[in-house]
Write a protein that binds this ligand. Structure first.
Ligand SMILES: Nc1nc2c(c(=O)[nH]1)N[C@H]1C(S)=C(S)[C@@H](COP(=O)(O)OP(=O)(O)OC[C@H]3O[C@@H](n4cnc5c(=O)[nH]c(N)nc54)[C@H](O)[C@@H]3O)O[C@H]1N2
Ligand SMILES: Nc1nc2c(c(=O)[nH]1)N[C@H]1C(S)=C(S)[C@@H](COP(=O)(O)OP(=O)(O)OC[C@H]3O[C@@H](n4cnc5c(=O)[nH]c(N)nc54)[C@H](O)[C@@H]3O)O[C@H]1N2
Ligand code: SF4
Ligand SMILES: [Mo]
Length: 762
């Protein structure tokens, strides 16, 4: 195994008695940060940032630092389990890998035989670099149904960029944008997808102007030249209002518009529907601020939009994306240095080739759940989860008999959690691969122990659009844990698909790298690599779209029966669209803003992460709190027409009085009953997942804008609510609840380095 020399490593090894320092690549989130892993007596003692990493430059976040606490957590699954009692009884027995995989294989084959391959649904949540192997498995098996978070996360950015300009657009931080417009993103906390907070912060330090579009005063918003505190869910209107200013004031890039775009006149007419007065009325952002932001963005070159998931989790998901793409395009910032890059993949087999999408027979692809309803999503193989729950619960349009979740906790992370519970409870057979027995896994028949990034060899970041590849190196083995790649490779042989897989998964990694002429073993000798970056490729070949132009007017959306131009639509549940409901539920609820330390439902068991956030927090404006009789730190009840949950109030002037922001994915691993408090503070209980609450093209569920009310928790009321467990109710979580003694003693002290999120104090 390659061991690396970084300036301080030998000194640290000597001073602290480490045996080895190994360079690897973190994956406590979507990945991206180079890590140095310090080992002693075969155990990982600590991890720290790798200063040579071209993406993170030595910085790491609080989740990355807690990797060791995850790997050696006393509650971790270390061998496969089979459920003994009824679902959620918490009774399990240890079984061997052979027994577990044989049982899963037997069930898969039987369901395929009886109900068709489509009755077996594989699922994952957010991107964890196992997607390609999961798709490969499903495609060769013949199931068109891979359930992901892609309907409302990142999938929309991929789908809309592909139809508009051929590929996802990435901010070119290497060439210092002079103006950055952060839209629905909190990059220094979330470090998502292709981005880390560090290069963004460096661009600001180098003098970039900053515009932030966010209903909450984030730390990034606090640094902004202009902060547009919009009404949640009104992004398309705001973007079109800005486009209108840019067009009216002739601030657009005349050359790009004349030569590269399709549908300029139509787009101009659409933008003209959003004069400032109307835009302000819809968005609640003052006219002069919209005008100032439009001018700043259009006149500072190069400029880029750093967009986030908030724009996707709305009914105007696709139109939000397309309106922002229009702003990037008409200001001439596409594929220019310091603007919005269209990167080229390194010469390897990419995720789509590895995923073997062509192997799925067309008659099976045609059976994809909801593929003909949300047609933009359907064309990218993306499913809205409700179709799966419906197919389990009603057997329409056909029965789904088996769910196999590999890295997902849908009970905590999908809208209408009570419906999710019913589906997981009813489904004939369910397997889950995870690090812990989560509330979702408690409903499974078989649970498989997954390996963390410290326990696997892999090609880091190979799905991303920034073009870098970094080796991930296996340094430890914990129990019988196996990577998702290895377990699926093994399972593939057991369901008769061995010819499309490998004797050993390392051969699969060789196959990915083959076009570049190196093997995985040779890759392990390298730090990283990337294809040379080139700009303005469209000047030679045009854009990879049907018209070869940058499509302001989408010919694909038109073909699929949608409005080819972005258009604002009022959220289905807002004070404007539902004034009567708003009398009882007067506040606009946004959910899910990312927290340092946690990754969705993950890390609640890790002491370093939980210490940052012991309790679920809901942000409320002081004036609203006063009106509702709520004090800072009170437990409050948040209610929507679907149900109620409890979180702890944090009063802040950084939010509008009409808006409430609740955290998502909260469960309580320290509660030892099999429910682990999944329905106490789970904001997804409040959220409607009906098809009318989804984007018509992408199927994105509106989870950022709904109506709610808040009130102080009535203690008598609480004991009457039978569905809330009482264990651990009033006392703060303690380290012994989390099994801390064991894990943190082994984890050692945090290493030096910039913790891009842990300073935020949000
Ligand atoms: N209300 C609301 N809900 C949301 C959001 C929101 O903003 N608001 N955000 C949504 C978004 S954007 C997303 S992407 C989804 C995420 O949804 P999920 O991906 O389902 O969320 P996680 O809680 O991260 O669940 C992942 C599970 O996989 C396990 N795991 C982690 N890594 C691995 C691995 O390598 N292998 C295996 N086998 N298991 C692993 C973890 O222990 C965890 O239990 O949540 C969505 N839910
Ligand atoms: N620490 C941590 N990091 C994460 C994750 C995590 O769970 N924890 N999850 C990962 C995943 S899967 C994803 S998708 C990314 C997401 O990362 P981001 O895109 O940064 O997403 P959020 O922090 O959820 O939301 C960003 C901002 O959008 C604002 N917002 C809410 N509603 C609206 C709206 O209607 N319009 C606008 N313009 N803004 C709005 C919120 O106030 C918030 O500050 O983070 C990834 N990284
Ligand atoms: S942002 Fe944090 S969790 Fe994500 S790769 Fe970097 S250190 Fe790891
Ligand atoms: Mo996500």
């Amino acid at each position: 195994m390659t061991e690396f020399r970084y300036a301080n490593a030998p000194r640290e090894m000597e001073a602290y008695g480490y045996d080895r320092v190994v360079k690897s690549h973190c994956r406590m989130c979507h990945g991206g940060c180079g890590m140095l892993v310090y080992l002693k007596d075969g155990r990982v003692e600590k991890v720290g940032g790798d200063p040579d990493c071209p993406i993170s430059h030595g910085t790491v976040c609080s989740k990355g630092l807690a990797s060791v606490q995850l790997a050696y957590h006393p509650d971790r699954l270390t061998h496969p389990l089979r459920r003994l009692g009824p679902k959620a009884s918490g009774r399990w027995e240890r079984i061997s890998w052979d027994e577990a995989l044989d049982t899963i294989a037997e069930r898969m084959l039987a369901y395929r035989e009886e109900h068709g391959a489509e009755s077996v649904v594989l699922g994952y949540g957010t991107g964890r670099e196992n997607e390609a192997v999961i798709y490969r498995f499903a495609n060769y098996f013949g199931s068109p149904n891979v359930l992901t978070a892609g309907h409302f996360c990142y999938g929309p950015r991929i789908a809309t960029t592909v139809i508009t300009c051929g590929s996802n657009v990435i901010v070119d931080y290497d060439n210092n944008p002079r103006c950055i417009m952060v839209w629905g993103n909190n990059v220094t906390i979330s470090n998502p997808d292709c981005y880390k907070g560090e290069p963004f912060s460096q661009a600001l330090n180098a003098g970039a102007k900053l515009i932030v579009v966010d209903p909450r005063l984030t730390r990034v918003a606090a640094r902004a030249d202009i902060w547009l505190q919009l009404r949640p869910g009104t992004d398309t209107a705001l973007a079109l209002g800005m486009a209108n200013v840019i067009i009216e004031e002739e601030l657009y890039d005349h050359d790009f518009v004349a030569n590269q775009v399709h549908g300029w006149e139509e787009f101009k007419a659409r933008a003209a529907e959003y004069p400032l007065e109307k835009t302000t009325e819809i968005t609640w952002v003052p006219q002069e601020k919209i005008r100032a932001a439009a001018r700043l963005f259009a006149t500072t070159k190069p400029a880029a939009v750093q967009w986030g998931v908030a724009i996707e989790q709305q009914v105007t998901c696709a139109d939000n994306n397309r309106a922002l793409l229009a702003l990037m395009g008409i200001t001439g910032n596409i594929d220019v240095p310091g603007g919005q890059m269209l990167f080229k993949q390194p010469p390897i087999r990419n995720v789509s080739q590895f995923g073997a999408h062509k192997a799925l027979p067309p008659e099976q692809a045609a059976k994809r759940l909801g593929g003909d309803v949300f047609r933009l999503a359907g064309n990218f193989g993306i499913i809205n989860p409700k179709f799966v729950w419906d197919a389990v619960l009603t057997e329409q349009p056909y029965p789904v008999k088996m769910l196999f979740f590999i890295s997902s906790n849908p009970l905590m992370t999908r809208a209408n959690a009570r419906e999710v519970y019913s589906a997981l409870e009813k489904v004939d057979f369910m397997a889950v691969a995870d690090f812990f027995v989560t509330p979702t896994a408690e409903l499974a028949d078989i649970v498989l122990p997954a390996a963390t990034w410290l326990e696997m060899d892999y090609i880091g970041d190979f799905w991303k659009r920034h073009g870098w590849l970094l080796p991930r190196r296996k340094v430890i083995q914990v129990g019988e844990c196996r990577s998702d790649h290895e377990m699926l490779n093994d399972l593939a042989h057991r369901v008769g698909m061995g010819e499309h897989f490998w004797d050993d998964f390392e051969q699969g990694l060789d196959w990915i790298l083959e076009p570049s002429g190196i093997t995985f073993q040779e890759f392990l000798q390298m730090d990283h690599f990337r294809r040379a970056v080139t700009y303005q490729k469209y000047l030679v070949k045009g854009f990879s779209t049907p018209t070869r132009k940058f499509e302001l007017y989408s010919t694909k959306l038109e073909e699929w029966g949608y409005d080819p131009l972005p258009q604002y639509r009022e959220p289905p549940e807002s004070p404007v669209s539902r004034p009567e409901l708003a009398r009882d539920y007067p506040y606009v609820l946004i959910t899910g803003a990312r927290q340092p330390g946690f990754f969705h439902s993950e890390n609640r068991q890790l002491p370093w992460a939980r210490e940052l956030h012991p309790d679920p927090i809901v942000e409320i404006h002081p004036a609203t709190a006063e009106k509702e009789g709520i004090r800072d730190g009170d437990w409050v009840v948040i209610e929507s027409p679907r149900g109620r949950i409890r979180q702890k109030a944090k009063l802040t002037e950084g939010i509008l009085p009409q808006v409430i922001a609740a955290q998502h994915a909260w469960w309580f691993p320290e509660k030892r009953d099999p429910g682990h408090g999944w329905d106490e503070s789970n904001v997804n209980i409040l959220i409607d997942n009906g098809y009318d609450h989804c984007d018509p093209a992408m199927g994105a569920t509106s989870i950022r804008t709904l109506l709610c009310k808040v009130s102080p928790e009535d203690l008598r009321d609480r004991s009457a609510a039978g569905d809330w467990t009482a264990a651990g109710w009033d006392r703060p979580v303690t380290s012994s609840d989390l099994g801390r003694g064991d894990a943190s003693a082994r984890a050692g002290a945090p290493p030096a380095g910039v913790h891009s999120d842990s300073k935020e104090g949000e």
